[in-house]
Design a protein. Structure first.
Length: 74
């Protein structure tokens, strides 16, 4: 990345901070999923979702899910 933070939009800076924070947390605590195996049923579900997405199918929007769960802003 060659730009300085002053040249970044608020969203770009937020993404950068998120990425650095995630890297540091994994570095400090380790990957909580390391060594775990996916169950076969979960693997199949993920493959079906991947194929559906490749065909252009989409699920519910984030705002739709938040509304369904009764969440406002987070």
């Amino acid at each position: 990345m060659t730009e300085t933070t002053i040249q970044m939009t608020k969203d770009e800076l937020r993404r950068l901070i998120d990425e650095v924070l995630e890297e540091k947390l994994i570095e400090f605590f380790g990957d909580p999923d390391e060594g775990l195996e996916l169950r076969d049923d979960l693997k199949q579900r993920l493959l079906r979702q991947k194929e559906a997405t490749a065909r252009g199918e989409r699920g519910k929007s984030l705002s739709e899910v938040k509304k369904q769960l009764g969440m406002k802003n987070f």
